[in-house]
Every structure is written in C-alpha cells, then in structure tokens.
Design a protein around this ligand. Sequence first.
Ligand code: NAI
Length: 397
Amino acid sequence: MNFEPKLRGNVSLGVNPIGLKQDVANQINYVKKQGRYEGPKKVLIIGASSSYGLATRITLAFGAGADTIGVSFEKEPKSERNLGTAGWYNNVYFKQAAEAEGLVAKNFVQDAFGHQSKQDVIEYIKSEWDGKIDLVVYSLASSVRVDPDTGERFNSVIKSIGQTVEGPHVNIQKAEFHEHVLEPATDEEIADTVKVMGGEDWELWLKALKEADVLADGVLTVNYSYLGSELNRPYYGGGTLGQAKADCEVKADNINELLADIEGKATIVVATAVTTKASSVIPFFPVYCLGLYRVMVDNGTHETPIMHQDRIYRDMLYGDKPEYDAQGRLRPDSWELDPEVQAATEALIKEINADNFNTEKTGYDIFIKEFNNLSGFDVDGYEPEPVTIEELLALEP
Ligand code: NAI
C-alpha cells in the first residue's frame, strides 16, 4: 500500500502506519539513550495516544520501567480509503514494543468522559492489575464532551474574550500565510469550553479511582497546562482555553483535598509549546511557533514532546531539578518563557511575512516536519515496508 499525506487546513487526514511505527520507535530510542531512572511503576494515562500523553507513556515505560494503562479516543482502520487515526497505530505500536520488554501496556480506546471508561479501567485494575496506581496523568485534548450524567453535548471553542484579535496565521495545507480575525467568545462558549477542557473530568476520574480504592498511598496526579506569554495571551491565556486551564487549577485544589488522607498530590505541569494535533489548529499559534522554534533551535533548547516529557519525569517530578512557581505549579516551560527567548521571538515574529514565513529565517521547516511526523510522514529512519490492508485490519491496540 502507498500512504499519502492528506490535509484539510491544519488537520491531517492521511496516515502512514509504518511511519508511525518508526516514530514510536524513535521516541523509545530517545528515552533509552538517556538511560533508566527511578519513577512510578503503575501508571494510568488519560489521553495516551498522541503527543504529550504518548510521550509521557514512552518515558515512563522505557525510562522508569512502568506498566501503563492508556485511555484514548481513536479510530481503527476500516478499509484502504479509511485507515483510521494516527493515535490508533501509536497505541498498537507502543503496546507491541512495551510487551516485547515484558511491560504491561493495556489500551482502552473509548470516551474518557463517560462513566463506562472509568468503570472499565477500575474493573481491569481490580481483576488483572497487580497492585495500585501510583501516577495518574491527564493529557486529554478534545473539542467535544458529552456530560456523563445528562447526555448534553458541549463544544469547546478557541476564541478570545472581550476583544477581537487580528493577526497572522498559517494554512498548512495551502502553505499560505494570511491575516486571521478571531471574534470574542460568548459567555456560553466560554462556559462550554471550560466544561470540555477544564478540570471537571480530571476530578471525576480521581473521585472514581479513589472510591474504588485503586490509588496507592502517595499517588501523584498531573494535568498539563499552558500559560504562554504576552505574545499569545490575547488568544490563549486571556481566551477561552486560558479559562479552561484556570479551572484545572481550581480542580487541582479539590483533588488535593480528596487525596489528603492517602497523602496523594495533584500537580499542574505547565508544559512548553509543541507541535501537536491540538496546537496546530489554534489560530495564530503556528506563527508563534515559527518564531519560537527558530530562536530555541538556534539556542539548542528546542524540545519535541518526547524530549520535554522525558525531562519533566526524569529530572523534575522524579528527579532533583524540579522548578515550582509560587502557585505550586511545575514550570518546565521556563526555557520557553526565558525573557531573552521571548524578546528574540517577538522581534522575529514582527519580521515574518508572506514572503519569508517558509524560509530558513523562521522555524517553518521544523514545524512542518513535526506536524508531518504526527501522521507518520517525513519520519527519521523511515523505510517503506510492504503492508496489506488485511495486515493493518488485524492489528490490535
Ligand atoms: P493531542 O491532540 O495530541 O492528544 C489528545 C489526546 O486526548 C489523544 O490521546 C486523544 O485520543 C485523547 N482524547 C481526546 N478526546 C478523548 C475522549 N473523549 N476520550 C478519550 N481520549 C480522548 O493533544 P496534546 O497537544 O498532546 O494535548 C494534551 C494536553 O497537553 C492538553 O491538556 C493540552 O492543553 C496540553 N498542552 C499542550 C501544549 C501544546 O503545545 N500542544 C502545551 C502545553 C500543554
């Protein structure tokens, strides 16, 4: 079979399963090269199939030797024309590699927002898992959530609040640099975005796990946030997603109370800007990345999700170099927010225009390669392998 990239705007519709297998292998090799570290042994990752969640799973399995349960919402292949989603193959190839090393890697491909997923994961831990969970990672990004009690459907929107924002944006499909206008969200849209991307479901997971007595004493739970800087505040920190992230901090306090008697802890990890399925569709954000990546690559501090997550767990959460802020949030984003990096990024962004956005002056090539890698294209070390649709249909997550 031949695999072709297919895009709609900044959304990739094509996948190359063999490229994804190589991409997962590359991430595993990155972690192995850093060596082993002492970390958690039994981990649940909600949103485990791509980018930050997948990278988390890979560093914990191949760096710390953790058994992992991954929950994700992905589509399986149906035919040559409908090959499913990239995360589905990431689940398959992660599991194959982890099991080959004697690790447990259980995948639940279902809606994490529903009560059923929570019950299924608990049932599995009670009946087949040897021990309790010592780390719960919440790395979910979604545009829709069905309330598990009422059945009501909520959509998250990426909008500004109280002001119209205008600025440059990139259409990846057309390789086009254009002006974009973002209208402010309504109160209902803000509330709905908090409902989807805020911390309510994170708290529901921890309540269900605690009630079922499957959390180990001293359990840690983390939720990935993004704060960004003045350069993206109008459409991120000060926008609907910023409100959702603020809600996660409120829910972290609730979870800390909930877990107090087992000495558990909830931590917000403010992660750095990376190229992911979720971040590519944030208006203006690709242009911020074009500036930021150029500056950070030139500084030697640019990170992909696996580099960032490996550093978070190895050096910070389970290492001796954690950086917490006054609110108790872990701040691995300090490299991105370094004032010199931000000043250089701002200066560069001001110079980016339709004539030079895709030249070496910017981080365009880096951004596009990382974007393509998410679907298994342009992956380092990739060798085409003959594969039939029957073989792909037979794969099991
Ligand atoms: P992603 O789109 O690559 O991954 C999202 C994950 O959520 C996937 O595993 C997907 O299957 C899963 N998912 C979505 N809906 C689901 C559902 N209903 N049930 C079960 N699983 C579901 O997203 P990314 O970028 O890795 O984001 C993860 C977290 O990291 C988000 O909270 C995001 O805000 C945060 N973050 C992202 C940054 C970035 O630059 N991409 C920066 C800092 C934080």
